[in-house]
Design a protein around this ligand. Structure first.
Ligand code: PHE
Length: 393
């Protein structure tokens, strides 16, 4: 009795009344299916149309809902099978159905080569091994499966703060400017009125860099964004309104408030009749936008070689509103930046006439701003790339 005949009878009619005979029957069916599949693959096809046709015929023979072999097995073997054999028959049937999935035309077709056409190959003088997969671009992977899910990232908290700060100053008509992170000693120090003998050079714990080909340590990793003041003055002249967000480097031991690399934002305004009142007004506007409209500012005298007079600006503590708490160490104020009127020497070094123009400048740490804004107590957290920390922002 061949398979076509067997599948028209029930298991009882075939005398299959125990597990062994049932399994043997299914094994026979699966072997037949595999043999036909292999036969098609090794036989090849004369061309693409032929190949599709042969694949479709094989699929219909096995998988067609009506009159397909697997459907017939379902109808005649599985459904009427006796209760005690049903789990076994069900399992074997499912395995058969899964094996049958490979007879889907696209899967099958991708494994069936097209026979090389010797005549045209000789004429064309080239190999004609057709890549079967290329014939059907929708072959192989199951396009109905869900795609790989990738979690959405977000901007780093320091980047978010930098963008917000840029936004506030762009609104005021400032431009953003960048400069090199490997900077010459001239721009980082000399041009900013910090001569080599000046003790203030020690204030910036500097990382020196040896450039290829040079004998001395002529370059530094910039210790602040202030060198871009000079570069921008040389490039654009006056009047000038700009901010410089960027990375800076210091030879500091890492701890909760120090990192070898951190971010600064420099600000510079140069124009006719710029006064300290402009500095105070602009910075007051900035912190009210950034920390909230209730924020107050406080200026205290300070020293920087490139500003005269110089000041340290503090804002009323955003956590307690100025009453005194742990964040502001009970003082009610949090110091956030250095600032002052641009030193005449610096304007001159930038090619701007200090008799005609005056300016003001500031510089602050953007990481510190992010720490204040989000209540982060350890700067190192920003640079450890711990997703559990970063995804909170
Ligand atoms: N460059 C100074 C620093 O790194 C900050 C500053 C910039 C101060 C501009 C005054 C004016 O500490």
């Amino acid at each position: 009795m061949n398979i076509e005949e067997k599948i028209q009878r029930t298991l009882a009619e075939l005398g299959a009344d125990n597990a062994e005979i049932v399994q043997a029957l299914f094994a026979e069916v699966r072997a037949a299916m595999e043999a036909e599949r292999q036969g098609l693959i090794s036989g090849g096809a004369a061309n693409d149309a032929e190949r599709q046709k042969a694949c479709r015929a094989l699929r219909d023979r096995w998988l067609a809902r009506k009159n397909g072999i697997i459907s017939a097995i379902d109808e005649h073997w599985l459904k009427p099978s006796p209760r005690e054999l049903k789990p076994l028959v069900g399992r074997a049937f499912n395995e058969l159905r899964q094996a049958g999935a490979e007879l889907e035309v696209s899967q099958l077709a991708s494994g069936v080569p097209i026979k090389p056409d010797h005549r045209s190959a000789a004429q064309a003088g080239e190999a004609t091994q057709v890549q079967p997969a290329s014939a059907d671009p929708v072959a192989a992977p199951d396009l109905t499966l869900p795609g790989a899910h990738r979690a959405l990232g977000s901007l780093h908290p320091v980047t978010q703060v930098l963008r917000e700060i840029e936004g506030i100053f762009l609104e005021l008509g400032y431009r953003t400017e960048t400069g090199p992170e490997i900077e010459s000693v001239y721009y980082n120090f000399d041009a900013l009125n910090i001569p080599e003998t000046h003790p203030a050079r020690d204030d910036w714990d500097t990382l020196y860099v040896k450039l290829p080909g040079s004998k001395d340590n002529a370059a530094v990793l910039r210790t602040h964004t202030s060198p871009v003041q000079i570069r921008a003055m040389e490039k654009y002249g006056a009047p000038l309104y700009l901010i410089v967000p960027g990375k800076v480097y210091r030879h500091d031991n890492p701890d909760a408030s120090h990192a070898t690399m951190f971010h600064q934002v420099e600000g510079l305004a140069v124009d006719r009749d710029i006064s300290f009142a402009d500095l105070k007004g602009t910075l007051d506007f900035f912190v009210k936008k950034f920390f909230g409209s209730g924020t107050r500012t406080r200026f205290q005298p300070s020293f920087f070689p490139f500003t005269e007079p110089s000041a340290e600006m503090a804002v009323s503590c955003w956590a307690c509103g100025g009453k005194g708490c742990g964040v502001c160490k009970q003082s009610g104020w949090v110091e956030i930046m250095g600032c002052g009127m641009v030193h005449p020497f610096v304007l001159k070094n930038g090619g701007i006439n200090p008799k005609r123009y005056s300016g003001w400048a500031f510089g602050f740490g953007a990481d510190r701003m992010a720490m204040i804004r989000y209540g982060v107590t350890d700067i190192q957290l920003f640079y450890q790339s711990d997703v559990r920390f970063l995804e909170q922002f």
